[in-house]
Every structure is written in structure tokens, then in C-alpha cells.
Ligand binder design. Structure first.
Ligand SMILES: [Zn+2]
Length: 529
């Protein structure tokens, strides 16, 4: 028999608006014990569409194991194509999750955000942005289930998660230059089509024991256009303040303690890597706003999803609020043409800052990693040097362009994949150029991502060149001109030489096959499609 109160409750449940009845994510349904499978994500997106969410689901590409990787376009009104997105004047933001499939909270937060932006409490925000959400980028890795101890040692749940690599064993977040994974090429095509103003990549960090629920990084390559400086110096510090004020959640710039031993904490806090094989570093060099989000692996899943959700939401509302500033830095980034390109980088000078550390004790026998120590639950705020950026350790004058012999069509394909414009000489050309004499070829002793990476030493020298038609020309007078130079420079720390693309052409005392120009050739040229 129903008591009157229960009847009222039942009626209320029946009358709940569709939004509140919208499907829950798998962690929400399992009291945060489990993460979504690939099938869960697909059916979640289907359920949003059925309930009238302003989304369209497309295919980013096929994974090596044959899964269709979804991307979700969301806006109100729903834009039909990239030109319409551009015309709307709204920030176009790409949010990518699950590149490392054991790091699950981005995938869960992305689904919840899509639901709440289309049908729930964040509806008004979707009037002002165009979103491209890739909730399960590493679709293959996601369903390679194993115990958290195996796939994500030290992570505070869920008990079973996917693996880091994709279906061909590649770490997708080291693939943004060599572009060997179909996921990378699919994402490049998506970026090429939609040209997002902002890219967010959602991860989990499992390094040091600190006092932050989430840490962030802008693009870290020292070839940093105005949009990247803006993200680092303006956007992220303000998001930190808002997260504290609005959500009572402490976040900080990404890093690890140089030494977690209590007496050595003051040695400093250090970020990770500046090379564009990492997605956000690559985006930062492209003159777009790049934000890496790393939820704290020692926080439980619910907390990690919550902080990731809040972080993305605050970034979105900040971008809407500062739309004019965003337009300005993007325009300045497109015109950005510095005198030189940094070809190698080192950790830059530090700034002294307060950093919250958790005090730890030795974990005893069998504990290997520096960070795998015994926690005490005691936190200290310690003033220490924070190394949050890289600076150039080697640079070259930014040339007008590079000439590539006709047989290097695979390099042209790689550049085109990055969105870099390449032209082809329709007639012969002769004139003054520079050629690079190779003094040494250094091959890494170990394999990394299936490569023994290469670095070169040598010098550029003047040369008079006489070339037939058919050579390729890559101008640096384009939006991605600095990235093009960085990739093509023979001494680059993360270019075509690094990833064995040039191996057949490299020998000591030989000549690097690409020429460098100080002036643009006047020969007729056509764009390579
Ligand atoms: Zn990661």
C-alpha cells in the first residue's frame, strides 16, 4: 500500500523532465565502480540523440582493430559544417579524451558534459560554443580490460581499466609528428576540416604525491605563438582561481617533484617535455590554444571525473567570456613569423612558487618507482622552484622556405597530414640556397615506439643550386610555417630526421637532401592537394 508521501514521490518521478531522466554513464550507474566500455559510450551517445540532444555523431576514423571512433559535434543551433561554425563567431573547441585508455575520467566527464550541455544544467553554455568532442579516442585500448594494478598501477580505481596503447601497440600521445596510427591521421583530418580554436586533451597523472586534484599544461614547445602564451599566462592561472572559488578544488601547473623525499621536496617541481610528438605541444605550436588536463590518480574516480568536468566547464565559460581576446590572439598567431626557429629545447629557468606536497615515507621492500612511497595524509605547502616551461638550446634563422627533391613524396604526405601547405615547382629553378653538411649521425641505442630515433649534427652552408621542375617547396610564410621549419630542420629534436623518415639519405660527411632558401623562388608553383 502506498503512503501519500510515496504517491507524491512516484508522481514526481513520472513528471521528471526528459533531461533529468537522461541516461547515466556507467560509473554513475555503478556507484563509480566501473568505467564505460566502447559499447557503453556508443549507446550513451545514441540515447542523447534519441532524447533530442543537439549533437551529430561522425567517424574520426577506424581503429587498427576496426572500431569506428566517434566524434561528436555539439552546438545550439547545431552547425552543419565548418564554414557555418566559423560564421557563427563562436569559439570552436575540441575536447579529446581517453588517448591513454587506462586514464578513464576524461571519457566519463566528456559524456556527462555532452549530456548536461545539451539536455541538462549547462544548456545555456552550449548557445555560445561549438564543440567537437572525441570521448573515446583510443577505442581499441579502452576494451583491452585488465586489473588497474596491471594497466594503471597506483591509480585509485576503477578496479578494471583499458590499456595505454592503441590496437597496434602505439602510444598515441607520442604520434603527433610521425603520424603512424590511423587515430592520429583521423584526428589530423578532423582538425584540418574544423580548425578548432582550442584543443583540450584529458588524462590522468600518476607521478608525485601532491595536493592537487588536477594539473594542467599549455603547449610546452618554446616555439610559442601568442595564443599559446595567452593560454599559459592568462587563461590557466585564471581557471585555477575560478576552480578554487567556485568548486573548492585545488589545481596547479603540471609537474612532478624532482625528489619526493621530504627533505628534498624543496629541490623543485618540474614539467614533462616540450616536443610536439605530444598532442597539446603540437597544437600549441600551431597557433591554437592547447590545454592538457591531468587528473590526480590518487583521487578516487568520482573526484577525478568531477574535477575534470569542472575544469573543462570553466575553460569553456572563460572562452565564451573572453571571446574577443581569443579572436585577437588567434589572429596574431596566424601572422606570427619570428626571426628564428628553436630546433632543440631544454628546461627553462624556474619561478619560485608555493607547491602543496604530501609527505611520504619509504614504501619498503619491492617498491621501485620514485613516487611509489607510503602516504601519510600530511600535506605541506613548500616554496620551491617551479620549472614549467622550456627554452631553446639551439635555434636556426627562420628561412623563407625549404626545397625537397621530387622523390620525397612521403615527407610531403607527412607535412600535408600536419596541415602544412606544400607547393611543387612547375619549372626549373636556379639560385642561391643553403645545404646542410652532416658531421655526425647519432642513432638511439634503444627502440622507442618502434623506432631507433636519430639526431644529426652539422652545418648549413651557402650553395648555388640548379634544380629541374618537380621539386617541392615549403614556405614558412604560412600559418604553420614555424612548425614546418621545425619538422624539416635536420637538427630538430622531433622532426623527420628523428623518426627515421630520412635514414636512407643520412651519412657522415654527406649532404642533407633538403635545401634552405633565404628568398622565395619566383618559379611558377602549384599547391600539392
Ligand atoms: Zn596520459
Amino acid at each position: 500500500m502506498f503512503a501519500p508521501r510515496a504517491v507524491t514521490k512516484l508522481l514526481l518521478l513520472l513528471l521528471l523532465p526528459a533531461a533529468l531522466a537522461a541516461q547515466q554513464t556507467r560509473p554513475e550507474r555503478t556507484n563509480w565502480a566501473e568505467t564505460s566500455s566502447y559499447a557503453d559510450v556508443i549507446s550513451f551517445l545514441d540515447s542523447l540523440r534519441l532524447k533530442g540532444a543537439e549533437i551529430r555523431v561522425g567517424e574520426l576514423g577506424k581503429s587498427p582493430e576496426g572500431k569506428s571512433i566517434p566524434y561528436v559535434l555539439a552546438s545550439r543551433p547545431l552547425v552543419t559544417d565548418p564554414a557555418a561554425a566559423r560564421r557563427s563567431g563562436k569559439p570552436v573547441v575540441m575536447i579529446q579524451a581517453n588517448i591513454h585508455a587506462g586514464e578513464v575520467e576524461g571519457k566519463e566527464a566528456a559524456q556527462m558534459l555532452l549530456r548536461d550541455l545539451t539536455l541538462g544544467s549547462l544548456r545555456s553554455l552550449l548557445d555560445s560554443v561549438v564543440l567537437i568532442v572525441v570521448p573515446i579516442y583510443n577505442a581499441d585500448g579502452n576494451d583491452h580490460w585488465a586489473a588497474g594494478d596491471v594497466n594503471r598501477p597506483g591509480q585509485n580505481g576503477p578496479a578494471v581499466v583499458g590499456m595505454r596503447a592503441n590496437g597496434q601497440g602505439l602510444d598515441l600521445n607520442r604520434d603527433y609528428i610521425k603520424s603512424e596510427a590511423p587515430e592520429t591521421r583521423g584526428a589530423q583530418a578532423l582538425v584540418d576540416a574544423w580548425d578548432p580554436d582550442v584543443f583540450m586533451d584529458l588524462h590522468t597523472t600518476n607521478g608525485s604525491y601532491h595536493g592537487y586534484l588536477l594539473t594542467w599544461a599549455p603547449g610546452l614547445n618554446p616555439n610559442s605563438p601568442p595564443a599559446n602564451d595567452w593560454a599559459r599566462d592568462r587563461v590557466l592561472p585564471e581557471i585555477r582561481a575560478r576552480m578554487r572559488a567556485r568548486h573548492h578544488q585545488e589545481i596547479f601547473t603540471y609537474g612532478n617533484f624532482r625528489d619526493q623525499t621530504p627533505d628534498s621536496l624543496k629541490l623543485g617541481w618540474e614539467t614533462y617535455d616540450g616536443r610536439p610528438r605530444f598532442g597539446t605541444n603540437n597544437t600549441g605550436m600551431r597557433g591554437r590554444v592547447a590545454i592538457l588536463s591531468e587528473a590526480y590518480s590518487n583521487a578516487d574516480l568520482k573526484t577525478r571525473v568531477d574535477v575534470t568536468y569542472n575544469f573543462v566547464r570553466e575553460v569553456l565559460s572563460y572562452l565564451v567570456e573572453k571571446k574577443a581576446d581569443l579572436r585577437d590572439v588567434l589572429a596574431r598567431s596566424e601572422a606570427w613569423h619570428p626571426d628564428s626557429v628553436v630546433t632543440r629545447s631544454i628546461l627553462g629557468p624556474s619561478t619560485d612558487m608555493d607547491v602543496i606536497a604530501e609527505l611520504t615515507e619509504p614504501a619498503g621492500e619491492g617498491a621501485a618507482m620514485y613516487a611509489r612511497r607510503k602516504r601519510t595524509g600530511v600535506f605541506r605547502t613548500i616554496r620551491m622552484p617551479v620549472f614549467d616551461r622550456f627554452v631553446g638550446s639551439r635555434r636556426e634563422p627562420l628561412a623563407e622556405g625549404y626545397l625537397l627533391p621530387p622523390q620525397h613524396s612521403q615527407i610531403v604526405a607527412l607535412l600535408r597530414g600536419q596541415g602544412i601547405e606544400v607547393e611543387r615547382l612547375s619549372a626549373g629553378w636556379s639560385g642561391n640556397a643553403e645545404s646542410f653538411k652532416i658531421d655526425s649521425v647519432n642513432v638511439a641505442p634503444f627502440s622507442f615506439e618502434g623506432h631507433r630515433t636519430v639526431s644529426l649534427e652539422g652545418n648549413w652552408n651557402p650553395k648555388t643550386a640548379q634544380l629541374p621542375a618537380g621539386w617541392y617547396y615549403v614556405t614558412t610564410r604560412q600559418r604553420l610555417g614555424v612548425l614546418a621549419a621545425y619538422i624539416l630542420e635536420p637538427e630538430s629534436e622531433d622532426g623527420v630526421v628523428t623518426w627515421n623518415q630520412m635514414d636512407r639519405d643520412l651519412r657522415r660527411n654527406g649532404e642533407y637532401p633538403f635545401l634552405r632558401l633565404r628568398t622565395t623562388p619566383t618559379t611558377p608553383r602549384s599547391l600539392v592537394p
